[in-house]
Design a binder for this molecule. Structure first.
Ligand SMILES: [Zn+2]
Length: 127
């Protein structure tokens, strides 16, 4: 299976398992709080960081290709609210993370995640 087809199949599976709700974390790539996310997500994030030279990611805001950890500002982690092993990791570049308003980053994150949850929006978790 080529990469594009594989990616599309993964997205379709993620969408099926999501059931309309995702739990998301937007965390600084160097923030120790990253480890407060579920262990599987933390592992996926670390693998994503390690694989950047071989599998670069596009910044969700400016579409810059991020090929090295030093270019990475933040990670958008998401997983279905119901317990599954599906998860996604998206990247925000250093420059956008440092200079964009949080609203703009959240807007870009909303666009990305709407591929999985059409018309989805962010809401705070009840405390
Ligand atoms: Zn960027």
């Amino acid at each position: 299976m080529n990469n594009r087809r594989k990616r599309r199949a993964e997205l379709a599976r993620f969408r099926r398992e999501t059931d309309g709700a995702l739990l998301t974390w937007l965390v600084d790539a160097n923030d120790p709080a990253l480890h407060k996310a579920p262990p599987l997500l933390v592992r996926a994030a670390l693998v994503c960081c390690e694989n950047l030279p071989a599998a670069p990611r596009h910044c969700i805001c400016c579409l810059l290709l991020i090929g090295h950890r030093r270019e990475l500002g933040a990670l958008l982690l998401s997983t279905p609210a119901n317990a599954t092993s599906s998860m996604s990791v998206n990247a925000v570049c250093n420059s956008c993370w440092a200079q964009q308003a949080l609203d703009e980053i959240e807007h870009a994150a909303t666009d990305v995640l709407r591929a999985v949850v059409p018309n989805g929006y962010f809401e705070a978790l009840p405390c």
